[in-house]
Design a protein around this ligand. Structure first.
Ligand code: GUN
Ligand code: ZN
Length: 429
């Protein structure tokens, strides 16, 4: 049995969804301490009471720091770590100029291992404890990331990115090899420790109808896997999909036709949606993932968070590394705030924090395990210092309540604000 740990600080726990609460802050409850045992949360409450109940616990005192669930990044491409912040292109040119040449390197297992570990080091340093990642077409790239996460005891969702057209030859598989290699990887990794396999067609322009159909058939065989892909990110891309699939009603239909729409479907971006697509996504309760730094960096458009939330969509938040310009979910919350402002709505700090934790966990159907600080949940935490730079400290010193004290860190914070990270109860930073 593990040593019991008693973490003290301003512990925040969601008791509801801030987007649905009368006032967003009412969905959050503050505690003084959290008890961790065997990688899970054992108790929450007053510091003195918990100290008395667990006298042998290791006490770690974070004082005025804020203890949150570890951030959950619902859409990333770990193989794009080294090409983050590449200049001057929009989506299709960006893929061809920067992404595809880099992804070609991941058939080399040693290189994949190196980047997988570098990526998990960087994300942990930014307070992220779970990601849902695309890999490359190479099974080696998937093995590398799952191995790195397993070694760290980390929760991870990932899959082999399937492409059999409109990509360089060395980055193309076929309908059959996409099916076979994905099936092998499911057998090897899905449900092992904290790991889950995600069936991953990159997006309809890079898959033939035959490949989409094969992956739809694979999903029928493995309904407990999620399926992730991209949807309606840029208008040029939507027009290209219309040319490639003239018989489809819209972009979403290119997935639905082949069995790639359902409750476990996770769609990145989802910006330029037709009314029918929104209705259908809502009807099946598929997940949408907002990637705000990517959407501004690649020039994609403004996700309509407030109206999609009001309509009842299941929505997560993500960096979309390396289309996104940061590994930080703090920076991503700031960008989500800015994009929502451009859409006429101000997101509350509690709504932003919920999106980066429980909202993303809910979008990935892992919210019974991570994304909140509640008894029985896995003990993944990020501890925030609300005075991490002079600029942030002078603003938060003026704050009259917790939310005003937190907001400058959400808007201006980076890895300097991450005081500690715990994965499965163990210190990861
Ligand atoms: N659409 C298809 N592939 C990608 C990718 O790697 N990044 C982004 N942002 N969009 C995509
Ligand atoms: Zn993406």
């Amino acid at each position: 049995m593990d040593q019991v740990t008693l973490l003290c600080g301003r512990v925040l726990s969601f008791v509801g969804n801030p987007f649905e609460a009368e006032a967003p802050e009412e969905a959050v409850r503050e505690y003084e301490a959290v008890v961790v045992e065997n990688g899970r949360i054992e108790a929450l409450g007053d510091r003195d009471n918990l100290r008395a109940t667990y006298p042998a616990a290791d006490l770690i005192d974070h004082g005025e720091r804020v203890i949150l669930p570890g951030f959950v990044d619902a859409h990333v491409h770990y193989p794009q770590t080294s090409i983050i912040a590449s200049w001057g292109k929009r989506l299709i040119d960006w893929l061809n100029s920067y992404t595809f040449p880099e992804e070609m390197r991941f058939g080399d297992r040693a290189y994949a291992d190196e980047v997988a570990n570098r990526y998990l080091d960087l994300t942990a340093a930014h307070g992220t404890t779970t990601v849902a990642s695309y890999c490359t077409i190479h099974p080696e790239s998937v093995d590398a990331l799952f191995t790195a996460a397993q070694t760290r005891g980390q929760r991870l969702l990932a899959g082999k990115t399937c492409m059999d057209r409109n990509a360089p030859e060395s980055l193309r598989d076929t309908a059959q090899t996409a099916y076979d290699q994905s099936a092998d990887l499911i057998a090897r990794w899905h449900g092992k420790d904290r790991l889950s396999y995600v069936i991953t067609p990159r997006f309809s322009p890079t898959s033939t109808p035959e490949q989409l159909e094969a992956l739809g058939a694979l999903w029928v065989q493995h309904p407990d896997c999620l399926m992730q892909t991209h949807l309606s990110e840029q208008t040029d891309e939507v027009a290209w999909v219309r040319r490639l699939f003239p018989e489809a009603r819209d972009y979403l239909d290119t997935y639905e036709k082949f069995g790639l729409l359902g409750k476990g479907a996770i769609f990145g971006h989802a910006i330029h949606l037709e009314p029918r697509e929104k209705d259908r996504l809502r009807e099946v309760d598929a997940s949408l993932v907002h990637c705000p730094t990517s959407n501004t960096f690649i020039g994609s458009g403004l996700f309509d968070m407030r109206s999609l939330m009001d309509a009842g969509h299941r929505i997560g938040l993500a960096t979309d590394t390396g289309g996104g310009s940061s590994f930080s979910m703090l920076r991503t919350m700031a960008a989500a705030y800015e994009v929502a402002q451009l859409r006429g709505s101000a997101l509350h700090a509690a709504e932003l924090l919920w999106l980066a934790t429980q909202g993303s966990a809910r979008a990935l159907h892992i919210d019974t395990e991570v994304g909140n600080i509640a008894v029985g949940m896995e003990a993944d935490f990020v501890v925030l210092d609300l005075t991490s730079t002079p600029a942030i400290a002078q603003r938060s010193s003026r704050a009259e309540d917790l939310w005003e004290a937190l907001f400058p860190t959400l808007m201006m914070g980076d890895d300097r604000a991450i005081a500690e990270v715990r994965i499965g109860g163990r210190k990861a930073l």
